[in-house]
Design a protein around this ligand. Structure first.
Ligand SMILES: Nc1ncnc2c1ncn2[C@@H]1O[C@H](COP(=O)(O)OP(=O)(O)OP(=O)(O)O)[C@@H](O)[C@H]1O
Ligand SMILES: [Mg+2]
Length: 355
């Protein structure tokens, strides 16, 4: 971020569009923030009906509410095919790195290397060994083309397009102080995808994209209760399953229909976190996870933090990036507790040059 200049992050998620504008003064100031949930705003009733044209309309609507308008933005692509890898490479110049990455990726990824777009960040450089650690983001070229087309139709000009996993990581390490010697996990639960990042201040992060999110749960509730997607979405938001509360005796079919899918989602997430925890311990010889930070719209499910903590046996805290002391805001943000959880990606994009 350049001092005084506006930096705008746009996150076109599967369920919600988020836009945030920052300006760097003494602190980092939030100039504006906008969010539209495509389902709760009734723009769409089921994922099959979501079109690029609708996304363009919603983005244009949000931009039109911003004083002074917006043209240049930092944005991201997401999804199971957008991958992040960390690699060890010799210390090369910027131009040479890309060729070296392409060559190395040839043996790692399944798609044709010419059909992917690549982005990279140098994490650290070791002059003694003459090696550097590079984080590499890979996106299928057709996915990138579709994304650029939506931005173009919304009259937005991307300054940067990166993978949302990297934006979430950037948001966390920019705003959250890391405790020396402690390993933590950041879990961002979106609608289609969950990003899991294991972080320790002395080591490279570990990234994993998991194909589970808020929509997985909505679809399971839809199937179990034989209701429409949008009604299942509503049920999900209202549900309040409590660990201590003995729902096995309930006669409420809605409660029974929501409980099974919820517990299955918690079990799958817990398994992924435990696997990543063990992998990281073996790789770096550190102690296990000390804390899990939970964020993303999916983290708004009532009591999910308690259920996950009980399943993994590690303390879980909700992580709201908007509440960081490194940020300030001109006016009070309404619903900051609710909305903040959905802003890690857009905020990480707008903060991008802090990395
Ligand atoms: N109050 C709530 N209770 C439970 N779930 C909620 C609530 N509000 C939003 N969600 C869920 O959060 C998800 C959207 O979160 P988020 O905005 O982080 O996802 P996204 O960025 O659109 O998706 P993705 O990153 O997977 O493309 C949806 O599945 C939605 O149902
Ligand atoms: Mg998202």
């Amino acid at each position: 971020m350049i001092k005084g200049k506006k930096s705008v992050g746009v996150d076109i998620g599967s369920n919600a569009i988020k836009i945030i504008g920052l300006r760097k003064k003494k602190k980092i100031r939030i100039e504006f923030m906008k969010l539209t949930d495509l389902y709760m705003s009734r723009n769409v009733n089921r994922p099959e009906d979501l079109s690029d044209t609708l996304l363009v309309q919603v983005i244009r609507g949000l931009i039109s509410e911003i004083k002074g308008g917006v043209r240049k933005v930092k944005t991201s692509v997401s999804g199971p095919n957008a991958l992040v890898h960390s690699m060890e490479l010799p210390n090369l110049s910027e131009n040479e790195i890309l060729s070296a990455i392409r060559w190395k990726l040839g043996s790692i990824i399944l798609f044709n290397i010419d059909d992917v777009e690549i982005d990279f960040h140098v994490l650290n450089t070791n002059n003694n060994s003459n090696m550097q650690t590079v984080l590499v983001g890979i996106v299928p070229a057709n996915k990138m083309k579709k994304h650029l087309d939506i931005l173009n139709r919304a009259h937005l000009e991307p300054e940067i397009v990166e993978i949302d996993t990297l934006a979430i990581y950037n948001c966390f390490i920019t705003l959250q102080d890391l405790h020396p010697d402690k390993t933590v996990a950041l879990v961002n639960i979106g609608a289609e995808c969950t990003t899991l990042i294991v972080i320790h201040p002395d080591h490279d992060p570990f990234f994993k994209s998991i194909a589970i999110g808020g929509n997985t749960l909505t679809r399971d509730i839809e199937r179990t209760l034989h209701i429409s997607f949008i009604d299942a979405e509503q049920q999900k938001i209202e549900m309040n399953y409590q660990l201590s509360h003995n729902t096995d005796n309930t006669n409420d079919y809605k409660e029974i229909g929501c409980k099974g899918p919820l517990l299955s989602m918690v079990a799958k997430l817990a398994e992924e976190v435990k696997k990543a925890d063990i992998y990281y311990q073996i790789l770096y010889g550190e102690e296990g996870l000390q804390r899990i930070y939970l964020t993303g719209g999916g983290a708004k499910l009532k009591n999910l933090d308690y259920l996950l903590a009980d399943a993994v046996k590690v303390p879980v805290a909700l992580w709201n990036p908007l509440k960081s002391e490194k940020l300030e805001c001109g006016q009070e943000i309404e619903n900051i507790d609710e909305m903040g959880l959905q802003f890690a990606t857009s905020l990480g994009l707008a903060l991008r040059d802090e990395l």
